[in-house]
Design a binder for this molecule. Structure first.
Ligand code: GUN
Length: 300
């Protein structure tokens, strides 16, 4: 028997398609004198966060959009960070405002994220926007789940009627994605199982998946014996694993891509898969927020 051909679900062509569709919308805003702007708050020196914020800024610059990073020291107090959020909420140059996560341990992320005005919440993390999503009226949707839906659509991976198993219940990926996949619309209509650290016998669930989305932050958690042949796999993991290389680390997903070749129907590479989509959807959400504030798109 010949081995199955596994399709690599690369993010680049999908992200490029998102940017191409945004271009006329950006031009229409420019005609009104509006340049979509993002304020990104980065607290502390987390190297991965620094890389992510830099790649977000670069994407904005490439499209002629505005992005400013507000870098604060790791010992910033909750009241100082809250005051900066309040100030940026009121600054008309910025249509989008995000606080890069994780925050240092002394800062309560949920309380601080509550202070981002929902209209500028381009991460979609505010309880109001998460609530709209649960109510089936998604507005500003968290970027990684939204990017995963774009990937699935681009590569014509069906969701309706299939069993989607999501591993990881974070507010950033797992929970909103489970909600999106269960919505009654073309990019949803899946039967969804949400697994997490409290799940007993994880592999009993992952083996049932037609579509498996893994967002646990545990490198190499999912091995080939844990999936059925022909599964479609979205690997959200971006784990820094130390090695002897010059950099001192390499990136590994929650799934070892190479081990799935010949078994899965498709899989996202790490890097080069989901990460590129997260950035593209952040740009998309910021353009949408700018359109709403300019009165050219309907708000919530
Ligand atoms: N940390 C990891 N992913 C994200 C994201 O999508 N947004 C923010 N703000 N922080 C993150």
């Amino acid at each position: 028997m010949t081995a199955r051909e596994t399709t690599l679900l690369r993010g680049k062509p999908v992200a490029d398609g998102v940017y191409a569709k945004l271009e006329p919308r950006i031009a229409a805003l420019a005609d009104r004198g509006v340049v979509p702007g993002l304020a990104a708050i980065l607290v502390g020196e987390n190297p991965a966060s620094q890389v992510y914020v830099r790649s977000k800024s670069k994407a904005f610059a490439r499209l002629g959009l505005m992005a400013e990073t507000f870098a604060l020291p790791s010992d910033t107090s909750a009241s100082d960070l809250g005051a900066l959020i309040d100030r940026l909420n009121g600054d008309d140059r910025f249509h989008g405002l995000l606080v890069q996560l994780p925050l240092p341990a002394h800062l309560a992320a949920d309380r601080l994220l509550d202070r981002v005005t929902p209209d500028k919440d381009v991460d979609g993390f505010h309880p109001y926007n998460l609530g709209l999503l649960m109510a089936g009226r998604p507005a500003l949707i968290p970027c990684t789940p939204q990017g995963i839906l774009e990937l699935l659509q681009h590569y014509k991976i069906k969701t309706a009627g299939r069993h989607a198993v999501v591993a990881g219940r974070s507010m950033i990926v797992g929970k909103p994605l489970a909600a999106l996949l269960s919505l009654k619309r073309p990019t949803g209509n899946a039967t969804v199982t949400l697994c997490h650290t409290g799940t007993e016998n994880l592999s009993a669930f992952t083996r049932q998946a037609d579509l498996l989305i893994v967002a646990t932050g545990v490198p190499g958690l999912i091995s080939p014996d844990m999936v059925k042949p022909g599964v479609d796999i979205i690997d959200v993991g971006m784990n820094r694993v130390e090695d002897d290389s010059e950099k001192g680390y390499h990136l590994e997903g929650d799934v070892i891509t190479g081990d799935m070749l010949g078994r899965a129907n498709s899989i996202t590479p790490v890097p080069g898969g989901v990460g590129l989509m997260t950035v593209a959807m952040l740009v998309s959400n910021t353009v949408l927020a700018a359109e709403i504030s300019a009165g050219v798109a309907a708000g919530r």
